[in-house]
Design a protein around this ligand. Structure first.
Ligand code: ADP
Length: 184
């Protein structure tokens, strides 16, 4: 795992010796407010498909996130520290702009159910219009994670429930601490 700003690309080769110019890189953007096991599963499976996956937290304020951007990024970094080929980053603005600036041509999204599809299709088509070289790849959620959403996790945690089956350990600890401070 690398933090994005440190990555690009003073050395000519990756750790595996592959020329950095030839790495197949993909971006997995999202709110990750917070990261769940569903997100983690999509990330791990993406890492088997691409040399490098940039898990990028989108920092646009429109969605009124519970977790500050830095906390979301830090919790992801802690969770993925041992996964080879992952870069953690964040950005504000359009995903297509971020992808273009970093010369990334593959965008990964997860699909849980048909209810995700309509919005994701619209987003993929819009992004294609804005950045024609960008391909969106959808990975289907594993059945066991398909019911997990960040909003459900937050609601359960807010009401004092156990979310340890739904989120990685650092996220679980953060939520427990956050809501035990009486921030309900
Ligand atoms: P966004 O606000 O961009 O949708 P999210 O953090 O909600 O950000 O989701 C990021 C991506 O992860 C989306 O493609 C979403 O469909 C996918 N995703 C969310 N939860 C799951 C899950 N449980 N399993 C698989 N994919 C998921």
């Amino acid at each position: 795992m690398l933090i994005l700003d440190l990555l690009f690309f003073d050395e000519g080769t990756s750790r595996e010796g592959k020329a950095v110019d030839n790495l197949v890189r993909a971006i997995y953007p999202g709110s990750f407010d917070p990261m769940t096991y569903g997100h983690l599963d999509i990330l791990k499976r993406s890492c088997k498909l691409f040399d490098q996956v940039i898990m990028a937290v989108v920092g646009n304020p429109g969605k009124s996130p519970l977790l500050p951007l830095e906390a979301r990024e830090r919790l992801i970094a802690q969770t993925v520290a041992d996964i080879e080929g992952v870069v953690v980053g964040s950005f504000q603005g359009l995903t297509v702009d971020y992808a273009r600036q970093n010369d990334i041509k593959i965008l990964i999204r997860g699909l849980r159910a048909i209810s995700d599809f309509e919005a994701e299709l619209g987003m993929a088509q819009t992004n294609k219009e804005l950045y024609p070289e960008l391909e969106t790849i959808f990975l289907m959620s594993k059945a066991e994670y398909s019911f997990i959403s960040s909003s459900t996790v937050k609601e359960i945690a807010r009401l004092g429930g156990d979310v340890s089956h739904f989120v990685p350990q650092p996220v679980n600890e953060y939520l427990r601490e956050h809501f035990s401070r009486g921030t309900r």
